[in-house]
Design a binder for this molecule. Structure first.
Ligand code: ZN
Ligand code: ZN
Length: 465
């Protein structure tokens, strides 16, 4: 008689003072594999060994799954939003989460989380939840979803249940490879025509983010008529030998409620997507300089093929010149310094984060394998050591490729940042690393003598587990 996995509720997990981990049974129960074909297994755990400082997360003694719904953040009550993480809800609670093997089709659907870590926050963060769920493996609860196949194209409305008004202007579509995703920022607007549920006559704060896509200019890609057959054909077709050439840069501004797609689009960097029913705007940068930008509307629809190869080559280690060139780096987080503003990765690589990046990345824990996209490679030419600095900018995104198996804390950031933190963000990368390490060692040296407030300028704003 085989054991069926236990189903844990989020309320149970939130009661735990320590991080927990579990998987569905190792000897597969007959009930679960039949619901859907499982996604491929996650990458192997990091080579990092548990040390005196970090033990491995406590594993539940019995096979345990979590059943619930993955959603995008939708809160307009707190602006700027505390974080743009995915949310996971069951009948008992909602928490921030991140998910491996992400498919946009899982948004809003019930899933069975068959391998997971749960990291409780020590302090509740502003407008957020009391813990972070790391979804390592999952299945659709509905077996039909899992059977749709890799070439199935999912078309998802950016704003579900919107009022279908002002559709005449939203007639453009953009098809291309996601190159970079900017941070969520809030723009004060005097009117908000077309953004449902917002009072258009009053001043509103509109959250949004910019996505840069590389698009093809062939006749098919530029055709004005955008129907479902065309979309499916373009997204599902073979990447090679189809005559497309993704060389023209286009910008799509995801604004209003569409800001909630930030975490999802970030996961799709290097993948082909299409967004239809967009508005086209001319943006003036200076009096003489302008460019065309596409802006999402409430009726815009997002299309993606379940299987899409990565298109852009990643920078290899032998290509790194350290002269500020932009590329992708994948490594294990070895240490977190100075409130998470500097991360030490393997092979003497230091990642310096921007404010926006490190406020929304709870999964940047010691032991995690991360992939940093569109980051600048800098050789600071320090005389005493050879290191590479990865300098994050507004185009940089971080994706956790494998969650940390170690009992290490999440970054939970509360505003506002300390005065020293603000000053550090204004420095060039090499000076920034130097000051961060200096401030970090001062904090260690004067711990107990001077408060963080005295060292950093205001009450420290980040809590570690
Ligand atoms: Zn979050
Ligand atoms: Zn084309």
């Amino acid at each position: 008689m085989e054991d069926y996995p236990n189903i844990a509720t989020l309320r149970d997990l939130l009661r735990s003072p320590r991080p927990l981990t579990a998987t569905a049974t190792a000897t597969a129960s007959p009930h679960f594999p039949s619901t859907s074909s499982p996604p491929p297994p996650p990458p192997p755990p990091p080579a990092l060994r548990p040390t005196d400082h970090h033990r491995v997360i406590t594993s539940l003694n019995r096979a345990t799954i979590i059943v619930g719904t993955l959603t995008l953040p939708t809160s307009f009550s707190v602006l700027p939003p505390p974080c743009s993480c995915f949310r996971f809800s069951d009948s008992s609670a909602t928490v921030c989460c991140d998910v491996l093997q992400f498919q946009p089709s899982c948004i809003g659907k019930e899933i069975r989380v068959t391998a997971w870590n749960f990291i409780p926050f020590k302090h509740n963060h502003r407008g957020g939840s009391g813990g972070f769920l790391e979804i390592i493996q999952w299945l659709f609860s509905n077996s039909c979803e899992g059977l749709k196949g890799l070439h199935h194209v999912d078309s998802l409305p950016l704003v579900p249940n919107h009022r279908n008004d002002d559709s005449s202007k939203a007639r453009y579509h953009v098809f291309g490879v996601v190159e970079s995703v900017g941070p969520v920022s809030v723009v004060p607007c005097s009117t908000a025509v077309g953004i449902s549920d917002l009072n258009s006559s009053s001043k509103v704060n509109l959250p949004g983010f910019l996505v840069q896509l590389m698009c093809c200019e062939c006749r098919l890609c530029c055709s004005k008529h955008c129907n479902t057959d065309l979309i499916s054909g373009k997204l599902a077709e073979n990447q090679n030998g189809n005559g497309h050439s993704f060389t023209k840069m286009q910008i799509v501004y995801f604004c209003g409620k569409a800001y909630s797609w930030h975490a999802a689009i970030t996961k799709l960097i290097c993948k082909r997507i299409m967004v239809s029913s967009l508005k086209k705007k001319m943006i003036y940068i200076t009096k003489d300089e302008s460019r065309v930008m596409y802006v999402t509307a409430d009726m815009s629809v997002f299309h993606v093929c379940r299987f899409s190869e990565n298109r852009m080559p990643c920078l290899k280690s032998y290509d790194i010149a350290g002269k500020g060139e932009c590329g992708t780096y994948t490594g294990v987080i070895k240490n977190v310094y100075m409130q998470g503003m500097a991360l030490e990765l393997d092979h003497d690589v230091w990642l310096l984060l921007t404010d926006e990046l490190h406020t929304s990345a709870h999964g940047l824990r010691v032991g995690a394998i991360i992939s940093v996209r569109n980051v600048h490679f800098m050789d600071p030419k320090f005389s005493w050591t050879k290191i590479i600095i990865l300098g994050a900018c507004i185009k940089t995104s971080i994706i956790v490729e494998s969650f940390s198996p170690l009992e290490t804390g999440c970054n939970v950031v509360l505003q506002p940042r300390s005065m020293l933190g603000k000053f550090i963000q204004s420095l060039p990368f090499s000076a920034r690393l130097w000051v961060l390490l200096l401030a970090s060692s001062l904090r260690k040296k004067f711990a107990g003598t001077l408060s963080d407030k005295e060292i950093l300028g205001t009450q420290h704003v980040i809590y570690f587990l």
